[in-house]
Write a protein that binds this ligand. Structure first.
Ligand SMILES: [Zn+2]
Ligand SMILES: [Zn+2]
Length: 143
């Protein structure tokens, strides 16, 4: 068992969340997946292991993880949310063809926040930046 998973389990226990085999499996899947899965994708990859599990169970668990600060929800307007267990500061590069989201490390754009605050008088709290393009795999397909 990797230590990130152990730490996450400890964090949940410390906030009074009871661990169940399903909850543990969903958490493990999220921590090992860098693909920013939707609740549906998590459900589909675990339903073989847990035939009694429903999509609602997955959603409930994701809400619990989110409240415990273990995952981030990425919302995209009308499309379904994706979930990211990488809580460090990072940006996303998103493929327009297949929807793949890849993590991209870059120092937070503090200058942009400062400039926005200066020009608008807002008390700036955060920002969201996404890069769009065509991923390597999709470039092969369209070449
Ligand atoms: Zn792609
Ligand atoms: Zn991410």
């Amino acid at each position: 068992m990797n230590s990130r998973l152990e730490q996450a389990v400890e964090k949940l226990k410390s906030t009074g969340v009871r661990m169940t085999p399903q909850r543990h499996a969903i958490l493990e899947f999220l921590l090992s997946s860098m693909s920013h899965p939707t609740a549906d994708e998590i459900y589909k990859s675990l339903e073989g292991k847990f035939p009694n599990m429903s999509v609602a169970t997955v959603y409930n668990n994701l809400r619990v993880f989110k409240e415990a600060g273990l995952v981030r929800e990425l919302t995209y307007g009308d499309a379904s949310s994706r979930f990211d267990a990488n809580m460090t500061d990072h940006y996303h590069v998103i493929c327009r063809e297949c929807g793949k989201i890849t993590d991209f490390d870059y120092p937070p754009l503090i200058d942009v926040e400062r400039e926005a605050a200066k020009r608008t008088g807002f008390r700036v709290e955060s920002h969201r930046m996404e890069i769009y393009g065509i991923c390597k795999d999709c470039q092969k397909h369209t070449a």
